[in-house]
Design a protein around this ligand. Structure first.
Ligand SMILES: [Mn+2]
Length: 340
């Protein structure tokens, strides 16, 4: 049995024995974070466990259709339950959970980390029992949740299938990104057989945009610039643009894919300033540029082809720095290719 399989077994045993669970994903939950929390949360609940689910930010409108979405709470109570198992989904650092991550970790009696982002998890730093299942080959965290449920022999109901299918279809960009494999389709088939409705889910996830969002996208597209012969693209969002359109930050998650969608582009950058001086940067790449590593240079992380980081300062200065570094990565790539 490989390392990941044995971690799955360990996590399954903890879940079977545990009675009280707190589930949470990363801040600004996407389809995978929300779908994994809700799907696994529902499975645990129907096996008699006491389950609380948290997210530090509200769900995007496009995810509110997820069964049980109203069970996700935004605020931690003053007193957390005694002896709870914390399950961290779709992230492997406590900081990624948002401001209350460290408290949730500190007060937990055990911790389970389920994720597919690059990273080690932080089990080693903890004094309580901790299992991390980090499989960067999994197309979504929901894939790992399904593996767990298979080991536990827990039924995948229509509700759970809807949550997990949503996680997978959003994290693969509709089965288009490099994390899409034959396993992805195999799981998607299982989930559809279990009751997930691909058409309904796609309508909710991809065709329910607000007008405000599209107006904001229009403004963002106006800022598109390219560098290095079109190989790097940059888009900007400013507080003024948000105010003008009335769109929410949670509606901008896919904007960077428009910058990546240009034929010549290898690295796409979205620099987003929602509140003055507070910047979040999304990075996307095609092929062999590792943007997780690039984001890591600024204290962030993510996947090989999709990553990001947060910082403070002047957006234009940050833009200059990120573009310059992206350029180095392109050059490095050229020199590595020319060696072989
Ligand atoms: Mn994910």
């Amino acid at each position: 049995m490989n390392r990941i399989d044995s971690a799955v077994q360990k996590a399954a045993r903890l879940m079977e024995k545990g009675e009280v669970f707190i589930l949470t994903g990363h801040e600004r939950p996407d389809g995978d974070a929300a779908g994994s929390v809700l799907g696994l949360g529902d499975a645990l609940t129907s096996h008699g466990k006491q389950v609380m689910m948290f997210a530090s930010d509200e769900l995007a409108n496009s995810l509110s259709f997820l069964p049980g979405s109203s069970r996700i709470q935004r605020r931690l109570p003053d007193n957390l339950p005694q002896d709870y198992i914390l399950v961290l989904l779709d992230c492997n650092e406590e900081d990624r959970v948002g401001e209350y991550g460290p408290r949730l970790v500190k007060e937990a009696s055990s911790v389970i980390i389920l994720d597919h982002h690059l990273g080690e998890g932080f089990c080693k730093e903890l004094s309580q029992p901790c299992v991390s299942v980090i499989d960067t080959k999994a197309c979504a965290t929901a894939e790992i949740c399904l593996r767990l449920m298979k080991v536990l022999n827990w039924e995948v109901t229509k509700k759970i299938a809807t949550c997990f299918y949503t996680a997978i279809v959003t994290d693969t960009g509709g089965f288009r990104y490099s994390n899409t494999s034959s396993t992805t389709f195999k799981i998607a088939r299982q989930l559809v057989l279990a009751g997930a409705d691909p058409y309904e889910i796609a309508l909710n996830c991809f065709e329910s945009k607000s007008l405000a969002k599209l107006k904001l996208l229009g403004l963002a597209l106006e800022t598109l610039e390219t560098f290095y012969n079109g190989r790097v693209s940059v888009m900007l969002l400013t507080p003024d643009m948000f105010a003008l359109c009335g769109a929410k930050e949670s509606e901008t998650d896919d904007f960077v894919s428009y910058a990546r969608g240009i034929d010549t582009v290898e690295v796409a950058i979205l620099i987003k300033e929602v509140k003055s001086g507070r910047i979040s940067v999304s990075l996307r790449s095609k092929h062999s540029v590792n943007v997780a590593e690039l984001a890591g240079r600024f204290g962030g992380g993510g996947h090989f082809n999709a990553a990001g980081f947060k910082t403070t300062g002047d957006p234009l200065e940050i833009k200059e720095k990120v573009v310059a570094l992206a350029g180095e990565y392109l050059i490095e790539k050229v020199s590595t290719t020319s060696k072989d």
